[in-house]
Design a protein around this ligand. Structure first.
Ligand code: GDP
Length: 455
């Protein structure tokens, strides 16, 4: 389905810059530009070439520009596309846009370029959404995840599985047509095997969502511990700058502070807290409650203790007081510069999974950084992992999982064919929502409206 109008937008951020790029796609992209471009006739130029010249309005020169041309179908939208690089002044940009409008282009709506790419079969829906993620990704790992998804790794696998399921769905619909004969066209054993395979794939993707989510939004990491354990010092050491208040007086860091750090491309949101200790006054108690609240909302806890102050038994008690849920805790013994190795070994004997550092003297902070990352990635290599980062996909995966479980139950209980035929249809639909094989106008509207204009 080709569009018959030609759309155009500024593709670089608005404002002053060295360069700005105006992009146009549609059947008249070359004709329209030719009317305003003094230089080579673009409709006669080769695809994937750059042309130097001037944009003009009537007889007046607006700017010196370079025009890139991409002929259908070898372009982002599979239509004729031109990109005009001009100087990055909003005055120039406005003038050029006005001239293009005068010659018959229209303003693109948000996401319309990518919508065309999708409509023209250049990419599927998961890939199109990845474009939006890619544009807004601000850390290396978020960028990698979006790029992987855009290349289609994640949806091509789902597509294959969906096609296999489609095959069975067709056979079962056929059985319904021949209901009186009571024949089975679809091999039940093979169908059951396929359901298991799809389910395990869907489960993996679902699990990856937790990781995808932290990659996108940052891992909320609480630094907790008794007053004076060295939490603020550690935070500062990790940040490499002195932002949090470091104080000699126990319990003075009462307000939770949040700072971002980037380790190996993953963003961690570090939250320093007031000490967890028996509340001695009202303010302190508020601090403690806040700490517990923060911990409950976090993805990871770094529990800091002073190896000189705390015994092995104290530590066990402290750790047991943390909110008990699935949040991973890294216990970190601080101030090892003040204790001999022998003393330390004797004191903490038998304790596994402890990390010993000196926040102030910068000892073993590299080990801590590695530990923090591996707790989150579970030592998987993020670069070749399929990671679901999109809440809509997650929702579809959940519903697919539910539908598949229902098919399994129907198969086991030998329930009537109508039921599992409808469960299979449901699974096909939810899978199709991810790959875009089933995309209602509503879904498309929501997805593409999230784009910025010019994409
Ligand atoms: P918080 O109350 O847990 O935030 O503790 P602070 O970061 O304010 O540190 C309390 C005191 O311990 C300060 O005087 C720090 O200089 C000191 N401190 C922090 N880390 C270390 C360390 O690794 N070694 C030593 N010797 N002192 C430290």
């Amino acid at each position: 389905m080709m569009n018959d109008d030609t759309i155009m937008a500024l593709s670089t951020p608005p404002g002053t810059g060295a360069l700005a790029v105006i992009r146009m796609t549609g059947p008249d992209a070359f004709l329209i530009t030719d009317k305003a471009f003094r230089g080579k006739r673009l409709s006669e130029a080769e695809t994937h070439t750059l042309h130097y010249g001037y944009m003009e309005d009537g007889g007046t020169t607006i700017d010196e520009v370079v025009v890139g041309i991409f002929k259908a179908p070898h372009s982002y939208t599979k239509e004729d596309v031109i990109e005009i690089s001009c100087h990055g002044s909003m005055f120039i940009v406005q003038r050029i846009i006005q001239v293009l409008l005068d010659h018959g282009a229209r303003h693109a709506k948000a996401g319309e370029f990518t919508l065309r790419a999708f409509m023209n079969g250049r990419m599927d829906l998961a890939q199109a959404e990845a474009v939006a993620d890619l544009i807004s990704s601000d850390s290396e790992s978020a960028h990698r995840a979006a790029l992987n998804q855009m290349r289609g790794g994640f949806s091509s696998e789902l597509k294959k599985l969906r096609d296999e399921l489609l095959h069975f769905a067709a056979l079962i619909e056929l059985e319904l047509d021949f209901a009186e004969e009571d024949v089975d066209f679809a091999n039940r054993k093979e169908l059951a095997d396929l359901i298991i395979r799809i389910k395990s794939h869907v489960l993996n993707l679902k699990d990856s969502f937790a990781l995808g989510n932290v990659i996108r939004h940052g891992v909320a990491t609480v630094i907790a511990g008794r007053p004076n354990a060295g939490k603020s010092t550690l935070l500062n050491a990790l940040l490499n700058e002195e932002r949090a208040l470091v104080s000699e007086i126990p319990g003075t860091t009462r307000d939770a502070i949040e700072e971002m750090i980037n380790i190996n491309g993953i963003i961690f949101r570090l939250i320093d807290t007031a000490g967890i200790r028996e509340a001695t006054d009202v303010i302190e108690r508020m601090g403690v409650e806040k700490t517990m609240e923060k911990i409950r909302q976090s993805a990871m806890v770094i529990y800091v203790f002073d190896v000189n102050e705390i015994s092995y038994d104290d530590l066990l008690v402290d750790l047991s007081q943390l909110p008990s849920n699935d949040i991973p805790v890294i216990a970190v013994g601080n101030k090892i510069d003040e204790i001999s190795e022998e003393q330390l070994l004797k004191k903490m004997e038998g304790f596994k999974n402890l990390l010993f550092i000196s926040a102030r003297e910068n000892i073993h902070l590299d080990l801590l950084r590695n530990k923090i990352v591996s707790m989150i990635t579970k030592d998987k290599d993020l670069s070749d992992q399929t990671i679901v980062t999109n809440a809509r996909h997650y929702d579809s995966l959940n519903r697919t999982h539910k539908a598949l479980t229902d098919v399994e139950h129907s198969l086991e209980s030998g329930i009537s064919k109508e039921f599992f035929a409808s469960d299979i249809r449901r699974a096909l639909n939810t899978l199709g929502e991810i790959t875009g094989d089933i995309a209602t106008e509503d879904i498309l509207g929501v997805i593409f409206s999230k784009f910025c204009i010019g994409k």
